[in-house]
Design a protein around this ligand. Structure first.
Ligand code: EPZ
Length: 452
């Protein structure tokens, strides 16, 4: 049985200019949205990550014809022949985001049959906000485990004017309900909606397809139903989470990085926290008033200060950058604190960081980090996508070598991030060891000598 792990070795300061790929948390929902229009659409800047490949499998299972030009990062999807409305338990259990096809299937076919998504390590991850919203919009739901069958109740064809109130600005629930409402007769308003950059990218492509969606003050989204949506071409926004990982890699190794296509206006608070630590952060200027803040450059400071963060819905501090930032906090001066408010169990990387010598204590949803001078490489296990990033960054600075298991998380969330870190001078390799006894590393050394 082959063993797969990230092998990370203490590295020199990382330096480089890196192009970001499209955002994982935008591209998945955008692929689902293509079900709303019959015909061939093309997406550009699509990351070749495990989650994207899983979503391609899901679309193919539904009957779509898919071509992914990995080199050009271009994904073409023809939904003309889509003839199924069912998402299997296998696919749903592999990737929770599969629930995002429910809204488009209901809008296009009037029904959907989805396997109930499992929770995952960071929390129960229920879908009650999705279901409450669908019911409010006239969808009838019948549970026949492991499936949930949804259909538009017959008398809901006449225009209904609905207000759906989300108890929490759930990203997935906002996206699912929003996609359903694009083809629902009448007007739908989603109150307390999520407005993450990835949600706005979905709204952007839907409006290009012919939808009528308006964001209004007070986290309110208004959708006027239309009869038909059309296939389009669209470039996915750059991944702010990949940007965060690369910026923190430079911070932690006291190097520098330039991200020419990063959207600084998608990560204001994160960049402010890096500045608070003492790092020099420059952002691209507005070429025109509406032009986004394109480009981020960072020069790491030699003696970073501790900071405190509390995660929350956008534009608050992103929960998906909490684990990677905690690694930087572990090596900063004095005390830092992290309060996780989005997921109920997203501090499991603390145990792994303490194995490296980090000084972190947890009380409820709050972690207190006392900075240390050094970390020491050892064997670790990643517990979710973003924890895998935090641990990999720690390995770049830890003395000796760090071997990280649970690489499927890393591969789910990133498109060969280890290659970008290597390009910047990081000593990081994804190892597939059927028998590590005679496994050679790229430099010809025997691996077993290095991790004995
Ligand atoms: C999206 O997940 C992202 N995933 C997550 O990224 C991200 O962390 C999260 O939004 C928050 O920004 C994708 O876009 C594919 P939520 P989502 O619905 O939509 C609870 C990563 O690492 N909740 O905003 O599932 C939920 O359990 C991933 O890339 C309910 O209770 O997030 C969580 O505690 C991780 N009932 C909170 O709300 C519901 O019906 C926020 O969830 C829905 C959610």
């Amino acid at each position: 049985m082959s063993e797969r792990f990230l092998l990370v070795k203490q590295s020199q300061p990382l330096h480089g200019t890196v192009e970001l790929t499209g955002a994982k948390n935008a591209v998945l929902v955008i692929i689902a949205s293509l079900l709303l229009a019959e015909g061939k659409s093309t997406l550009y800047s699509v990351p070749n990550s495990a989650d994207v490949r899983c979503f391609i499998a899901l679309m193919t299972e539904l009957g779509a014809l898919v071509h992914f030009d990995v080199k050009l990062k271009a994904l073409t999807i023809d939904t003309t022949m889509v003839n199924s409305i069912e998402v299997s338990p296998e696919i749903m259990n592999k990737m929770r985001a599969s629930i995002l096809v429910m809204g488009p299937l209901l809008a296009r076919f009037g029904k959907a049959r989805v396997a109930l998504p499992g929770g995952c390590l960071i929390g129960a991850r229920p879908i009650n906000y999705h279901l409450q919203g669908f019911r409010k919009l006239g969808v009838s739901l019948i549970e026949d485990k492991p499936f949930l069958s949804a259909s538009i109740s017959t008398d809901s064809s006449n225009p209904i004017h609905d207000r759906v109130i989300l108890e929490y600005p759930s990203v997935g629930a906002t996206e699912n309900l929003l996609m359903y409402a694009t083809l629902k007769p009448g007007e739908t308003v989603i109150v307390n909606a999520a407005l993450e950059p990835e949600v706005l990218d979905l709204i952007d492509i839907l409006n290009k397809m012919g939808a009528k969606i308006y964001c209004e003050p007070g986290q309110l989204i208004r959708i006027i139903g239309v009869n038909k949506l059309n296939p389009v071409e669209h470039t996915v926004i750059p991944d702010r989470l990949e940007a965060g990982a690369l910026l923190l890699a430079a911070c932690i190794t006291k190097g520098s990085v330039h991200l020419p296509n990063a959207r600084a206006d998608h990560m204001d608070l994160f960049l402010e926290k890096l500045r608070e630590m003492g790092h020099e952060v420059y952002v691209g200027t507005h070429q025109t008033p509406l032009f986004p803040l394109l480009g981020i450059s960072l020069k790491a400071c030699q003696n970073p200060q501790g900071v405190s963060i509390k995660t929350g819905p956008y534009p608050g501090f992103p929960t998906d950058l909490q684990a990677p930032l905690m690694t930087a906090m572990a090596l900063s001066k004095d005390i830092s604190t992290v309060e996780e408010t989005v997921f109920e169990n997203r501090l499991m990387h603390v145990k792994e960081l303490t194995k490296l010598g980090a000084q972190i204590t947890v009380e409820g949803q709050k972690a207190t980090i006392r900075g240390v001078e050094k970390l020491y490489g050892t064997e670790l296990i990643a517990t979710d996508i973003r924890a895998s990033c935090g641990l990999a960054l720690a390995g770049l600075i830890a003395i000796g070598e760090t071997k990280i298991g649970g690489v499927h998380h890393w591969e789910r969330g990133y498109d060969k991030l280890e290659e970008k870190l290597r390009f910047m001078g990081g000593n990081i390799n994804l190892i597939e060891a059927s028998n590590i006894d005679n496994l050679m590393l790229p430099n010809g050394e025997l691996l077993k000598k290095r991790i004995a």
